[in-house]
Design a protein around this ligand. Sequence first.
Ligand code: ZN
Length: 181
Amino acid sequence: MDIERLWAPWRLGDVQGAAAAEPAGDVARWRPGADQSCFLCRAASATPEQDRALGVLERTPLSVVVANRYPYANGHLLVAPLDHRATLAALTAEQHLDLQERITAWCGTIERLMQAQGFNVGLNLGHVAGAGVPGHLHWHIVPRWSGDVNFMPTVAGVRVLPQSLDALWEQLTKAAGESVP
Ligand SMILES: [Zn+2]
């Protein structure tokens, strides 16, 4: 069953016209093999000034971490290689290691900062497995709290997310010690 997400702060931003338009990546910075219609490639090639609007939390020489625009829960992050790659076998050992290190670090940050009590960490490989962007591998980090599946999804088919993406971005980038423009 599809669950509609009710996300009041974000919608308020839309209503007020305050939501920033998503910037296109910098063409000169596109990675080899990048798909210019892919939001993860855009995040991979964005300038630091564009990171906030794109929800980019961290970019290493091999990986990018973004706040999911369509979260299942508050603090739902995506961890992806910078390169547009569809299969696990297409990644190098160095990319695999960097991705796992990013997942480890961000689970730690969310646990510390948001008092997450557990996580669902996973990968949807291919359309049939539910991948929204099947051409660009990405791991989901979904924080969990005791009782987070409350009456709202059951009764109304709706999830309530208490924090806007922008507020989440600010909280997590500050925590990671990065400069916030
Ligand atoms: Zn891509």
